[in-house]
Design a protein around this ligand. Structure first.
Ligand SMILES: Nc1ncnc2c1ncn2[C@@H]1O[C@H](COP(=O)(O)OP(=O)(O)OP(=O)(O)O)[C@@H](O)[C@H]1O
Length: 252
């Protein structure tokens, strides 16, 4: 494999007396779409937060393109990594435009000033399937699905290499969820960005991932193409998980 874009090297992480990750190692190849699934509390969000530096490992290292996350300047890290979470976390007192332009603005990106900023926001809104006319609205005047799309646009704004998504579609109805999934697949195909996507939904994990990471109790049960998960579950845990899925269409 070419140099992994993300590498976990023997990472352990505990909160107090609770060990969440134990000697966790993982390589993610550039351009992969990794769907991460496992029981509540198994450490999925912890994995994402170790990548974007919101948490630090107790032992081991997390590398992005060979660089230790602990040594990357936090502002640069924020530019390189988009983060989208359930319920979005948009700033309520800022318009859609200001929300989307937030990371580029705090990073002082020159091309995000004045008219150019408006053009960039309009292009991003179109990319996530929204009407650019929404740029002047406040989050409270958007539907849940629209807010979710704005959250994705914001995560993509600074042109990151990596997109971390933590159950981003958990709070929307089935139809909107299907549309958001399809748009995300298109964005992934067109941009070649690497995505780590946490979900509780095995059908979603199999539909979206080029690779699926199944975790249990802070350890990797299987890290494989979805079709291999279905055909060759590595553990009884994975077998039970995929047996529950009635969807047999996978991406890879
Ligand atoms: N800051 C923290 N302080 C103490 N415990 C924490 C902290 N963050 C996470 N934990 C604990 O670590 C464990 C793993 O949390 P994490 O959020 O990674 O799980 P998860 O797999 O994403 O769960 P869910 O699917 O419910 O979102 C949980 O038991 C959680 O309570």
């Amino acid at each position: 494999m070419t140099q992994p874009i993300i590498r976990f090297e023997g990472v352990s992480k505990a909160f107090g007396t609770q060990t969440v990750l134990r000697d966790f190692s993982l390589d993610v190849e550039p351009g992969a779409f990794v769907s991460i699934i496992g029981r509540s509390g198994c450490g999925k969000t912890t994995v994402l937060k170790l990548v974007n530096g919101l948490l630090s490992p107790d032992t081991g290292r997390v590398l992005i393109q060979g660089q230790d996350v602990a040594r990357i300047d936090p502002v640069a890290l924020r530019r390189r990594i988009g983060y989208a979470i359930q319920n979005v976390g948009l700033f309520p007192h800022m318009t859609v435009e200001k929300n989307i332009a937030y990371v580029p603005a705090i990073s002082g990106m020159e091309e995000w000033k004045g008219k150019q900023c408006r053009e960039k926001v309009a292009a991003l809104l179109k990319q996530v399937g929204l009407d650019p006319a929404l740029a002047g609205r406040y989050p409270r005047a958007l539907s849940g699905g629209q807010r979710q799309r704005v959250g994705i646009a914001r995560a993509l704004a600074a042109g990151p290499e990596l997109l971390l998504m933590d159950e981003p579609f958990g709070a929307v109805d089935e139809i909107t969820r299907g549309q958001l999934q399809d748009e995300l697949l298109r964005i992934h195909r067109e941009s070649g960005i690497t995505v780590l996507f946490v979900t509780h939904d095995i059908a979603e994990a199999l539909k979206l991932g080029t690779r699926t990471l199944v975790m249990d109790a802070g350890q990797i049960q299987q890290y494989d193409a979805p079709s291999r998960l279905l055909a060759h579950p590595a553990t009884s845990f994975v077998e039970r998980l995929v047996r529950r899925s009635r969807v047999f269409q996978t991406r890879a």
